[in-house]
Ligand binder design. Structure first.
Ligand code: CA
Length: 229
């Protein structure tokens, strides 16, 4: 099972620009999904559930601005960070890009280092564990870089699946996750796993978290799923 690799959807029609960007993002430890058109991008966001979208403004067919607007209207993608890239450098374009709902706007040509820095800035806000940030919830601390979890200072033993479940919970304390959502995020969409498997691993996670004392922080929400706290 891979580590907590963030998934990026790159939407760019120009092959050379697209491949250079993808090559560098993959070298930087990101899992990259590519789309060449806006229509393809709209299909892939549902299939691949990227953590962030890098979107070219000028695309054949549906423009980047229109894609951005549509992603903001869908509940499933409303909160996914979008970095818009464009050769347009006018202030008015930048403002228009951000007004449409993009979180950031990068003018071509840009340096790869700058793009990666901007991607990390967005992920720090939405998926902090994927960029190596400590997560804390009450007396529980999770370090995604060393794979260590402690509770009240005591080191806990968690399997890889329980670790991913816990990091998902800790990124959004209080949020209720359905079994299907947890399957998508923790196991991935290509893997066929029964939703009851989620219950089994939640049971293991609870046991591991309470092994050295403390209350069970995982809440079962009847008919909905699970939440932390
Ligand atoms: Ca283009």
């Amino acid at each position: 099972m891979p580590a907590l690799k963030p998934r990026i959807l790159v939407v760019e029609d120009e092959p050379a620009q697209r491949e250079v960007l993808i090559y560098n993002l993959e070298s930087g430890g990101f899992d990259v999904v590519r789309a060449e058109t806006g229509d393809e991008a709209l299909l892939l966001v549902d299939e691949e559930r990227p953590d962030i979208v890098i979107l070219d403004w000028m695309l054949p067919g549906v423009s980047g601005i229109e894609i951005c607007r549509r992603l903001r209207l869908r509940s499933s993608t409303r909160n996914v960070p979008i970095i818009m890239m464009s050769a347009k450098s006018e202030e008015v374009d930048r403002v228009r890009g951000l007004e449409t709902g993009a979180d950031d706007y990068v003018v071509k040509p840009f340096s790869i280092a700058e793009m990666i820095a901007r991607v990390r800035t967005q992920l720090r806000r939405t998926r902090p564990a994927t960029v190596g940030h400590h997560l804390e919830f009450r007396d529980i601390v999770l370090d995604p870089e060393t794979y260590r979890v402690t509770r009240a200072g005591a080191l806990l033993k968690l399997g890889p699946t329980e670790f991913r479940l816990l990091s998902t919970f800790m990124e959004r304390p209080g949020r209720v996750w359905s079994r299907e959502q947890l399957l998508d995020i923790v196991w991935g969409r290509e893997v066929y796993v029964d939703t009851r498997t989620v219950d089994v691993h939640i049971g293991r996670l609870r046991k591991a978290l309470c092994k050295k004392g403390g209350d069970d922080p995982v809440r079962t929400v009847r008919g909905a799923g699970y939440a932390l706290g």
